[in-house]
Design a protein around this ligand. Structure first.
Ligand SMILES: C[S@@+](CC[C@H](N)C(=O)[O-])C[C@H]1O[C@@H](n2cnc3c(N)ncnc32)[C@H](O)[C@@H]1O
Length: 220
């Protein structure tokens, strides 16, 4: 198994952010929101945080699926936040969906969210324990969390094969980012070790396909 190769934490190159926003992640993102509703059917109200919200597609889909919830997206990339603000405004959801341009590590306050989600953020983070620590701090005890990200393949060749299979016709900048993200991602065993270290073993890990892991459950 190849070792993890870090990629830059933030996606703050405007071209990179635009290419990401223009890509079609609708099936993946809607699947993520559907999974949230399936895991946590009772979570229909309150304030949900989305850490590393990127261009805002998931906060908008969450808000549409959960019309009584407020969503706060957090992303430290100014171009991503601008794209997210535009998406939220175009969806007519500015009253319920907000974005904060901030590193999640710097979020102040504890017990402020009724639920938290995060998709495709963790592989950007040099020290993943910072993420699990903050996730636990920001939600109220007893709150649902759902986190999804890429799985690191066995080798650079396997990573390239995944890029070729799932992003064959994507622009070069997206193919490059996808490849680098796969190399920076964690294995299922590494995620399990992180959860054990943070005393979060009540959260369950699922591997729904050949390139993703999902962690979900109630944070106590
Ligand atoms: C691959 S994108 C995923 C965006 C979105 N969650 C989605 O699924 O479409 C990762 C995002 O995390 C943001 N990010 C990376 N490190 C961060 C940090 N420490 N705090 C906040 N946002 C961060 C990046 O700027 C980028 O927009």
């Amino acid at each position: 198994m190849m070792s993890r190769i870090l990629e830059p934490e933030l996606m703050d190159d405007p071209l990179q952010a635009t290419a990401y926003a223009e890509a079609d992640f609708s099936a993946e993102n809607q699947g993520f929101v559907d999974r949230f509703r399936e895991y946590f059917p009772d979570c229909t109200q309150g304030h949900i945080f989305d850490l590393g919200c990127g261009p805002g597609d998931i906060p908008v889909r969450l808000a549409l699926a959960l019309p009584e919830c407020r969503i706060t997206g957090v992303d430290a990339s100014a171009p991503m936040v601008q794209l997210a603000e535009r998406t939220i405004q175009q969806a007519g959801l500015s009253d319920r969906v907000r974005v904060r341009c901030e590193r999640f590590q710097d979020l102040a306050g504890v017990n402020q969210a009724d639920a938290a989600v995060s998709n495709s953020l963790l592989h950007h983070i040099p020290n993943p324990l910072q993420f699990w620590h903050k996730l636990r701090l920001i939600v109220k005890p007893g709150s649902p969390v759902l986190v999804m990200d890429l799985l690191r393949p066995e080798s650079p060749q396997a990573a390239q094969a995944i890029v070729d299979q799932y992003a064959k016709d994507a622009p070069d900048i997206l193919r490059r980012d996808f490849y680098n993200s796969l190399l920076a991602a964690f294995t299922e065993d590494e995620i399990a070790a992180q959860l054990a270290q943070m005393n979060l073993t009540r959260l369950l890990i699922d591997v729904p396909d050949d390139r993703h892991w999902v962690v979900g459950g109630i944070i106590h």
